[in-house]
Design a protein around this ligand. Sequence first.
Ligand SMILES: *[C@@H]1O[C@H](CO)[C@@H](O)[C@H](O)[C@H]1NC(C)=O
Ligand SMILES: *[C@@H]1O[C@H](CO)[C@@H](O)[C@H](O)[C@H]1NC(C)=O
Length: 363
Amino acid sequence: MKFSVLLALAAPSKVFSFMTSAKSMRPTNLHSQTKSTMNYIDGIQSISSTYDIFLLDMWGVMHNGSKPYEGVIETVQKLKEEGKKMIILSNSSKRVGNAHKMLKKLGFDENDFEQIITSGEISYRMLCGDETLQCSSWSTLTSLIREGKKKVFVFGSGDGDEDYVESSGWTLAPMEEADLIIARGTFTINNGDGNPVSKKDDEDGYFQVLNSVLEKAAERKVPMLVTNPDKVRPDEGLPPMPGAIGDTYEEKLGSGSQQFVKRIGKPFPEVYELALLGCEDPKRAVMIGDALETDVTGGTSFKTSTAWIVNDGIHSPFVQELGDGCFKTGTSKVIENFNDEKGHKEDSRLSPTYISKHFRWII
Ligand SMILES: *[C@@H]1O[C@H](CO)[C@@H](O)[C@H](O)[C@H]1NC(C)=O
Ligand SMILES: *[C@@H]1O[C@H](CO)[C@@H](O)[C@H](O)[C@H]1NC(C)=O
């Protein structure tokens, strides 16, 4: 129920668009472009010789939140044996150490990966003013750092928020004084008084405060850094993610407010710039992911190939529902709906290079 409150705060169409729900489905003919380029594969083996670099999403591709999917550990080993570079692009708001722990816990060897990039780590380094970071910078943030304006208001995860901001050199502050907002989670609201508002303790209170501080922020036009652009999460209940706070804030700010909200993570450029550093031909790279809005869109705009993993991820229930048992019909419809909802015309219609049921060597 409280989820719907935040959905009401954010534009529902935006929040739901990337899941392409069955409800919003309208009868459309298959778009010829999508049809002609659709390439179904039975596992990664069939494409491995075509690429040197494999960009991997974690959740919905490698694991389900607690366990690796069948065959994924073996697939990583095969790619390693074949000398492929594997780079993880995770949307997590946490620093990279957390992803290392998660990989180990799941039974992967973290050393098999050339790089592990989390949105939270890149944001952290930007907050630190790290000049060695080889991606585009956000001028709003660099100016604040230069001017020593380092008071921050945090929408947090309730897990290490204080440490995250303080160790990057910022001080928690109430919205009236804040120079910056960080949206890294949707569980706590933290204004530095040592007494964060927690959704777990008081859901209604959380949403009331969320709404009122965003109003206050919009009046002052406080810039916001969203350290995980996802809007919903794949597991049960679909609680909102920080991306939804970013969207809500942008609406409150009104048109022409784009420069006040910065999102770090897929499908936005910074993480791809870092992943493809030194790679001369992005066509030698393939992005493997389950989400059309983040993984497939991001890879496509960086001119890598894309492999859309369907059955384990976020779109899986919709593919099943719309395909009524037929995988190809389901995937085509979900892609059509996604493109229609995004208003993508002819040549900008998203079309993954490959479609596979799982991230598995051979299915
Ligand atoms: C993940 O997969 C494991 C093994 O198949 C299963 O037991 C577990 O319930 C799944 N977890 C989630 C969050 O779906
Ligand atoms: C993104 O990361 C968060 C935090 O690790 C996770 O809860 C969420 O499920 C992820 N979303 C996707 C689409 O992988």
